[in-house]
Design a protein around this ligand. Structure first.
Ligand code: HAM
Length: 417
């Protein structure tokens, strides 16, 4: 019986891991330069943490979570998104208590689990790199988060990205808007899709970004016209700083995001060619979330970027991380007597920091050299009975085929770096 990986998941194998590492390392490096420290949270959390933060009525909260009961009858959920766990860790580890004035900046690279219909660019286990800045309501921080993603995508070589910006208001102005929206759409409810008819009562804002109902939703009032003075001023400032940071953005009044915790700024990055959905990344402000998770009122803003979608976009653009240059030494053992010696030498080289290997199939010299070449070793050491007796080894450059004799004691210093 051959097992298959679960639907909507992917294996990352040595052939593909180079691209993943490239993206991950670039993310860690940029996060470090922006002052975001890495958090690693458990792969499962209390189910209620997600329900309270993301919202029970959202797609994620109502039908996409991987929820299970453990043997102690606790309801747990596989990480459904990265923000709530980061906020939970921020509170549980008292990151807020060390310095009340400080903006706590956190970043993560983590697998995320969502039970959705898999398709190109949409998985049941995907990975996000994300940043969260907790502790300031300054619109400049919203702009920093947006510019972080903009600069990260540029570092990934991606072009043609749209930055879509909106404000979803706050508890002062959003509820009034929702009533107005429901009032306007009441008469044309039967022209909306089945999902939106449900959203009309359960999560009315989500009708705005429904791809099916674009036409009837054109009649909807604009939330941006109903913002309170504070939200309006905040949005203006975010725009001003984004202009100053040279981040080209467009206002898109239908960007409402799928999670309940957003207040004020909401944004999305889109690119063509990554499957039916075009969101490369997205995020926004969540000024009520820390409070909802049991902390003191503390504003925050953050962003999540899907790694698989970055990889797809890079593939579409014909981009790939440079292959690793030839490096390391392959020890070619000739005959039984040399075999044990070769293993000792391989270990010695590895412990000295050199990539080294031997042939565990004990093939001919020709076959071993061909293998070493295919595996991108830079050099090969030839070790037979004569070499052991004389203490002089053959050192072959696998790129140009040149071979020199090297005393064993000098081997390490004669290796190409
Ligand atoms: P999200 O929009 O649900 O936001 O996900 C962020 C990104 O993860 C998406 O833009 C997309 O690139 C990727 N993504 C989401 N679902 C899938 C999937 N099923 N398959 C492949 N990629 C996917 C959040 O999760 C928020 N926590 C972001 C955030 C951080 N907001 C504030 N801070």
């Amino acid at each position: 019986m051959l097992y298959k990986r679960p639907i909507g998941t992917q294996d990352i194998i040595p052939d593909t891991v180079g691209e993943w590492r490239y993206v991950e390392e670039a993310f860690r490096s940029l996060a470090d330069r922006y002052g975001y420290g890495e958090v690693r949270t458990p792969i499962f959390e209390d189910t209620d943490l997600f329900l309270r933060s993301v919202g029970k009525e959202t797609d994620l909260g109502s039908k996409e979570m991987y929820t299970f009961e453990d043997r102690g009858q606790r309801s747990l959920t596989l990480r459904a998104e990265g923000t709530a766990p980061a906020v939970r860790a921020y509170l549980e580890n008292h990151l807020d208590k060390t310095d009340k004035e400080r903006v706590v900046k956190l970043c993560y690279l983590a697998p995320i689990f969502r039970y959705d219909r898999p398709q190109a660019g949409r998985y049941r286990q995907h990975h996000q790199c994300g940043i969260e800045a907790i502790g300031s309501s300054d619109p400049a921080l919203d702009a920093e988060v947006v510019s972080f993603a903009w600069n990260f995508y540029a570092a990934m070589g991606l072009t043609g990205i749209k930055v879509l910006l909106n404000s979803v208001g706050c508890p002062v102005c959003a509820p009034g808007y929702v009533l107005k929206l429901q009032e306007t759409m009441k008469t044309s409810l039967d022209t909306l899709c089945e999902d939106c008819q449900r959203r009309y009562t359960e999560n009315p804002l989500r009708m705005l970004d429904c791809k099916v109902c674009r036409e009837p939703m054109q009649a909807a009032p604009r939330l941006v016209n109903e913002l309170c003075e504070e939200c309006d001023g905040h949005l203006d400032q975010v725009r001003r700083v984004l202009d100053a940071l040279d981040v080209p953005f467009e206002m898109d009044y239908n960007i409402v995001r799928g999670l309940d915790y957003y207040t004020k700024t909401a944004f999305e990055f889109q690119i063509q060619g990554i499957g039916a959905q075009s969101a490369l990344g997205g995020g926004g402000r969540y000024d009520k979330l820390v409070e909802k998770c049991g902390g003191h009122p503390t504003p925050g803003v953050g962003l999540g970027m899907g790694i698989e979608r970055i990889l797809l976009a890079r593939q579409n653009a014909g981009l790939s991380a440079a292959p690793t240059a030839r490096h390391g030494v392959f020890v070619v053992a000739l005959g039984d007597a040399a075999w044990l010696e070769s293993l000792k030498l391989v270990q010695e080289l590895r412990l000295a920091g050199v990539r080294a290997d031997a042939d565990y199939r004990r093939r001919s010299m020709k076959a071993q050299l061909r293998f070493a070449d295919n595996e991108s070793f830079a050099q090969a050491v030839i070790l037979g009975e004569n070499e052991i007796a004389s203490g002089i080894l053959g050192l072959k450059n696998l790129e140009n085929g040149e071979q020199v004799e090297v005393p064993r004691a000098e081997l390490l210093e004669r290796l190409t770096p």
